[in-house]
Design a protein around this ligand. Sequence first.
Ligand code: AMP
Ligand code: GLY
Length: 424
Amino acid sequence: MKILVVGSGGREHAMIWKISQNPQVEKIYCAPGNGGIAGLAECVAIGAMEFERLAAFAKEKEIDLTVIGMDDPLCGGIVDVFEQNGLRVFGPKKDAAILEGSKAFSKHLMKKYGIPTAAYEVFRDPDEALRYLETAKMPIVLKADGLALGKGVLICKTLEEAREGVKTLMLDKQFGSAGEEIVIEEFLTGREVSVLSFVDGKTIRIMTSAQDHKRAKDGDQGLNTGGMGTFSPSPFYTRDIDQFCREHIYQKTVDAMRMEGREFKGIIFFGLMLTEDGPKVLEYNARFGDPETQVVLPRMKNDIVRVFEACVDGTLDQIELEFEDNAAVCVVLASDGYPEHYEKGFPISGLERFEGKKDYFAFHAGTRLAEDGTVLTNGGRVLGITACGADLKEARKKAYEATEWVRFSNQYMRHDIGKAIDEA
Ligand code: AMP
Ligand code: GLY
C-alpha cells in the first residue's frame, strides 16, 4: 500500500511514524515534509496548497490513500479536488472543513443545535462591534472569523483593549480577510482540554484527551503560539466530564453537520473549556492538533491506517479505539524569539540518541536536511521531544531528560510543560 501525507510539521511526523507501523504500507510520500519525516517517507517538493499538482502526483504514483494533516488545504477544498480525480483521501470536504474555517459558522451551528459554548455575537461592521462593546462585560474575547494560525483570538481585559482589538482585526486587517467578520464572545474560565476524534460522517470515535500549552513563556505568559508542549491524558478530563461531552457535544456535532448537508469525514478536534457550569466548546478544528498528535498517537494501540480507511468507507462503527494505560509528554524545542522573530539554519546535534529507544521520540517540526545530511533548524517550532511513561510524572521527567540530548544554537523551551498535573 502507498500513502501520501500532506503537511510538514511535528503532527505529520507523528502521523507518518504511526502509519509506518502498518506492515502493508510499502511506501510513504510526504508533501512537502521536513528533515525528520525524510527518515520515514520520501519528501516531495510540492506545496500543500498545490491541489492539482498533488492530485497528479497521487495518480502518477498510484497512491492508495492520501491523508491531509493541515487546516489550510482542507478549508481550501483539497479533498474535493482529490475526490473529483477519483482518488481516495482522508479528511473533510470544503463544505465540512468550514467547521474550523469559519468561527461564525461553528458558533451558529452550536447555537442552533444546543451544543454548549460561550455566548456570542457576530459582526461585519466595525462600528456595530464597537457599539456592542460599550455595554459588554469585560474581559471579553474577539475572534477573527477565518483561519489565522491560531493567532486571530484576542482576550481583552478592558474596554480600551477591546476597542483596540476591533481595530487590529477589522480595520488594520492584521489577519487579512480572516478578520472581515469577527465573533465577540463571553470570556470563559477553567481548564482547557483537547479531545480528538475520528469521524466517518455518522459515527464518531473519541481518542484519549490531551492538554496543550499555547503561550510562549513559563507560567502561561507571553504570546500565543501554535503550542509549546502537551501532555496526555488530561487528569482533569474525568469520566463524568467525558460522559457529559458524549451526551451533549460529540455525536451532536456530527449529527448537526449531517443535518446541515455537510457530512463530516476526518478528524474533529474539540477544544473544550471545563467551566464551573460544565464543559463548553471553545473551538473546533478539522484536523489533528499540533502538538497534541505527538502525545496521543504514541499511546494509541489501533492500526491508524485501518481507522483512516474505516472513516473513508463509512465503517467506523466496526472499530473501537484503544489506548495504552500510560501517559505521554511532549516538550517543544523552539527557536528563541518564536512566535515573532527568530533565526534558523543551525545544525542540530544528538538526534541519534533517540534511535531504537522505545519510549522516546524526537518529532521534527521546523527542520530540514542539508546536502550533506546534517539536520538544520528551519522554523519556529523545531522539535517535539516526546516520552511515554507509566504516569504523567514519569513521562514528564523522561521528556525533559531527553531534551538534554539535543542541541542547537538558539534553543528555547518552556520548563513547566505538564506542571499542572501536580495540582490534579
Ligand atoms: P481558539 O483558537 O478559539 O481555540 O482560541 C485560542 C485560545 O484562546 C484558546 O485555546 C483559549 O486559551 C483562548 N480562548 C478562546 N476562546 C475563549 C473564551 N471564550 N474564553 C476564554 N479563553 C478563550
Ligand atoms: N495545538 C493546537 C492546535 O493544533 O490547534
